[in-house]
Ligand binder design. Structure first.
Ligand code: SAH
Ligand code: SF4
Ligand code: F3S
Length: 462
């Protein structure tokens, strides 16, 4: 038995890929460990999105190198593999910079890991950053029952990967390649397998998930809305989510069905991540976002018209090249107008090879930082008000696991807030009504609103 430690540094897809790498190595005799020091193989699944993310990877490689040296002194062989978007972008450069790395595997080649590891064990240094044409998802092993159970009742499923949008600041089209949608029957089979092993909530993920257009059994293309409707019918699936959506696609007729699904599919959660990046049309155009501020607001309005209790989250970049104080104020004004549940806020980071990195009017770091503080202050205010608005209300909570206190359970609200409630462990995996009594810094607290009927009463029927 050999041990593998996989560490994720990136987005949800990066986390999903880490699971699938572990699944693909399981038949080779690798079991997962949380302790890098005892691993025979360490996989760092990296993110290239901002400069800081890349710096983190190199300092982590340094730390892992110490573990590798220590293992060697004990007479134990340890391999270090770098996967993910830094691997895809930097390739051989990683091996040149650090001789402790044995394998560099790009984002489209995880299914080849068993072979690559075998070659590395024979002493070869491996770099594989090809973009293969085959469906890598088919080649990756499925998770075992134990792996599904260990990962909990909520699972990610990749339905779409890559991006053809080419926002001028972004590396994703280069690190993930062109947009590909997986065929819907394969996605449904994955969901059925997860549901049969206890998963209750599915998040469909993709870089541009609402551009999904995979083929059905007859080769006809299916929209994300149509796919949602089919997945909602899979027995055991209680909740559906999706991310990340692009505002441009939300406005196209491809998303009419998705927007309508928010109105008539109770399982589809009223919580939508719709990154806007900036509030000024001039900056949106320079970013190549392909939508105006007004169009973004139209997308929000359409979704709210279908389901008024939808809450929105977003991503913002401050200090894009050429952004003036006036442009930035339009970002603040947009955030005020939408009233987000929360948002991720980033300082613009120039990424090598992207068009925006070559622009001349880069914003000084101090200015970016100052804008970030102002935006974060506004978002934090909105987030606090959003959480506080639920005190005194009853929410449907999907109970996930035991809490820290005896007798306590932790679950999630429709808005992904974590909710603590005193209740019996049998309720894990079910949806219960909880009356919210209090808000903590990151959590809601509540009481069971009514006693759930005993299982025998339900099954005996009338
Ligand atoms: N596909 C998604 C998100 C991709 S990356 C979308 O279209 O919005 C996640 C977030 O990282 C982006 O939404 C953006 O806010 C941020 N980001 C991407 N590139 C960046 C850069 N060069 N500097 C700072 N933030 C960046
Ligand atoms: Fe990056 Fe833009 Fe594609 Fe999102 S839509 S992944 S920000 S290029
Ligand atoms: Fe990072 Fe790659 Fe995801 S760059 S955000 S890990 S797609």
């Amino acid at each position: 038995m050999r041990k593998v430690h996989v560490k994720s540094f990136g987005c949800q897809m990066n986390v999903y890929d880490s699971h699938r790498m572990a699944d693909t190595l399981a038949p080779e005799g690798y079991v997962e460990t949380q302790l890098p020091a005892e691993a025979d193989l360490i996989i760092l699944n990296t993110c290239h999105i901002r400069e800081k993310a890349v710096d983190k990877v190199y300092s982590e490689i340094g730390r892992m190198r110490e573990l590798k040296d220590a293992a060697e002194i004990e007479g134990r062989r340890m391999l270090i593999a770098v996967a993910g978007c830094v691997a895809q972008a930097e390739g051989e450069e990683i091996i040149r910079r650090t001789d402790s790395v044995d394998v560099v595997v790009g984002s489209q080649n995880y299914h080849k890991l068993p072979g690559l590891i075998a070659r590395a064990l024979d002493g070869e240094k491996i770099v594989d950053t090809e973009f293969p044409l085959e469906d890598k998802f088919d080649a990756l092993a499925q998770p075992s029952r134990e792996a599904i159970a260990k990962r909990g009742i909520s699972a990610f499923v990749t339905v779409q990967e890559g991006c053809d949008k080419f926002c001028t600041f972004c590396v994703v089209p280069y690190t993930r390649g062109a947009e590909i949608s997986r065929p819907s029957p394969k996605i449904i089979a994955d969901v059925e397998r997860l549901a049969a092993n206890g998963v209750r909530e599915i998040s469909l993920i993709g870089q541009n998930v609402n551009a999904y257009h995979g083929a059905d059994e007859n080769g006809r293309s299916v929209t994300l809305g149509a796919l949602m409707r089919r997945i909602a019918n899979v027995p055991g699936i209680a909740r559906l989510r999706y991310m990340t959506s692009h505002p441009r696609d939300m406005l196209s007729s491809v998303c009419d069905n998705l927007i309508a699904a928010h109105g008539d599919l109770p399982a589809l959660m009223p919580y939508v991540h719709l990154p806007v990046q900036a509030g000024s049309d001039r900056i949106l155009a320079a970013m190549n976002r392909k939508h105006t501020r007004r169009e973004y607001m139209t997308a929000i309005d359409r979704l709210r018209a279908a389901r008024p209790d939808i809450a929105f989250t977003s991503d913002f970049i401050v200090g894009f090249p050429g952004e003036t104080e006036g442009d930035f104020r339009e970002t603040l004004a947009l955030a005020e107008d939408v009233n987000f549940a929360t948002a991720y806020t980033f300082m613009y980071s120039a990424r090598p090879g992207t068009p925006a990195a070559a622009l001349e009017d880069q914003v000084p770091e101090a200015e970016k930082y100052e804008r970030l503080q102002r935006l974060q202050e506004l978002i934090t205010r909105q987030w606090r008000a959003f959480n506080a608005s639920f005190v005194g209300k009853t929410m449907e909570i999907l109970v996930e696991k035991p809490g820290k206190l005896t007798g306590q359970l932790v679950g999630r609200s429709p808005y992904l807030q974590s909710v603590h409630v005193m209740a019996k462990p049998e309720l894990i995996g079910t949806i219960v009504p909880v009356a919210i009594t209090d808000v903590g810094s990151n959590t809601l607290f509540g009481e069971l609103a009514e006693t759930a009927p005993a299982p025998e009463l339900v099954s005996s029927g009338a």
